[in-house]
Design a protein around this ligand. Structure first.
Ligand SMILES: [Fe+2]
Ligand SMILES: [Fe+2]
Length: 157
């Protein structure tokens, strides 16, 4: 039996984390033009640093906890379709880690020298955003499976 995670021991907390991803990706997209043209307001810069911190800390931790506490349990179930989905989720995590590292670097470079060519930043954003959108749909189909619901229920008691 795996131990209980700290940040995500319920379906509600999972949903909150996933909603924050969508909200922060939307906010980031809205400020890309201003970031590229070097016209971010102080308030936008403040929001941007919160977004970077969220993907850099909470999201990395979220992936690690899923890999430690959820994926191994689901991989042990006698359900090949579920196992295949979980393997795809793990592959997405690897892609998301790389995608975030590229996007974070592009954000930092643009913040340091705005008005540079925004192509790299936009391409990194698109890649990360597409991968996350795909990941959340697949992950939500897995976390509402009977096997996952059982696991979350076991943490409730
Ligand atoms: Fe997740
Ligand atoms: Fe995930």
């Amino acid at each position: 039996m795996t131990s209980q995670p700290t940040l995500m021991a319920s379906l509600d907390l999972q949903d909150v984390a996933h909603q924050l991803v969508q909200q922060f990706m939307d906010e980031l997209q809205e400020m890309l033009d201003d970031l590229i043209s070097g016209t971010l307001s102080a308030q936008q810069a403040n929001v941007l640093s919160k977004i970077v911190s969220f993907f850099d800390n909470e999201m990395k931790q979220h992936h690690v906890e899923e890999e430690r506490h959820i994926f191994p349990v689901l991989l042990s179930k006698d359900n090949e379709l579920l196992r295949e989905k979980v393997r795809m989720l793990k592959a997405d995590h690897d892609e998301l880690r790389k995608g975030w590292s590229d996007l974070k670097r592009a954000i930092e470079q643009m913040a340091a020298s705005p008005a540079a060519d925004g192509k790299t930043l936009r391409a990194c954003f698109e890649r990360y955003s597409e991968c996350f959108a795909r990941h959340l749909v697949l992950e939500e189909s897995v976390q509402y499976s009977p096997e996952a619901k059982l696991l979350f229920k076991s943490w409730d008691s």
